[in-house]
Design a protein around this ligand. Sequence first.
Ligand code: FE2
Length: 132
Amino acid sequence: MALIEWSSELDVGHKFIDDDHKKLVKMVNDFHDAMQQGRGNDVIGKVLNNLVIYTREHFSREEAEMQRIKYSKYLAHKQEHDKLMAQVGELQGSFSSGKKMLTIQVSSFLKDWLRTHIMQTDKLLAVAIANI
Ligand SMILES: [Fe+2]
């Protein structure tokens, strides 16, 4: 079973944001599967890199949209993005230095972060975009 199942509660009602989130969910699931299946470090490292690259691109798209609409909660929202990128950067660092990562801990961290951020922070953004 996938770590994160897409459901309507994750829909924020904005096309590009929802499309991006679906792809992110798939990438977090792929990462989880690769770790759980005990895939080699080269495979896991690659999946993690792809996830990091895509997350950075997605955050940039959201941030550009926030600036376009002169979003009042821009800084707080961006801080959440920056914090996650720093945490994921640490994960990448531990991974490439050969530290063993705990599959369950890493997966549930990513899952909880994504769900909470989408359902709270990104939903507020989608409402603001819809109301301009
Ligand atoms: Fe966001």
